[in-house]
Design a protein around this ligand. Structure first.
Ligand SMILES: [Mg+2]
Length: 184
């Protein structure tokens, strides 16, 4: 079955670059180490939450080759479902959807937005043993997918590639995912 499940930040969109620009402008004393865990401190977590609700969230750039490859997969008949845990402010959510639609019109069948930092286990369980493919940059969510028998790819980032887990395959970009899944 041609079903692609994907996270958005750090996978489809370059969240980190945009967030670092925001820190430079408004919080020049702060540095981001790992956006996927709260361990970096309560204050940074608060700034991330705030950033996700600013107008900045409407203007992220694509992550590497996401636009090109996701568009190709869509045109080959893949159904693409996104899930992002950016928080549920309705106007920020509208900006996120607009951002994605502007970069890649009609590529996503559906884009689900869940509460800030909420784990994606419930969302993923809809596709347990379905033959779907799952792409994430956050370890805990990648592991949830792999444990459900979903073919899981981890998009490598500076903060996530030090781990290994059975069933989670690390990739550098979308073209590598494309090359692996079209042979299925
Ligand atoms: Mg992410």
């Amino acid at each position: 079955m041609k079903i692609l499940l994907t996270d958005i930040d750090g996978v489809v969109l370059d969240w980190q670059k945009h967030f670092n620009n925001y820190l430079d402008k408004y919080y020049p004393d702060e540095k981001l180490f790992d956006p996927t865990v709260f361990a970096q401190g309560e204050r940074t977590g608060k700034i991330i939450k705030e950033f996700n609700n600013t107008a900045w969230i409407g203007f992220l750039e694509p992550w590497k080759d996401s636009v090109e490859v996701l568009t190709e997969l869509k045109n080959m008949g893949w159904k693409i479902y996104g899930c992002t845990s950016m928080g549920t402010d309705q106007y920020a959510n509208a900006l996120r959807k607009k951002n994605v639609e502007t970069l890649m019109p009609n590529v996503f069948t559906q884009l689900d937005i869940i509460p800030f930092m909420q784990p994606k286990g419930n969302w993923l369980s809809q596709w347990r043993d379905s033959g779907a493919v799952w792409v994430e940059d956050k370890w805990s969510n990648a592991i949830l997918g792999a444990d459900m028998g979903i073919k899981t790819f981890l998009m490598k980032q500076s903060y996530n590639s030090k781990h290994d887990y059975k069933g989670v395959e690390k990739v550098d970009n979308w073209r590598q995912i494309y090359n692996k899944v079209i042979q299925q």
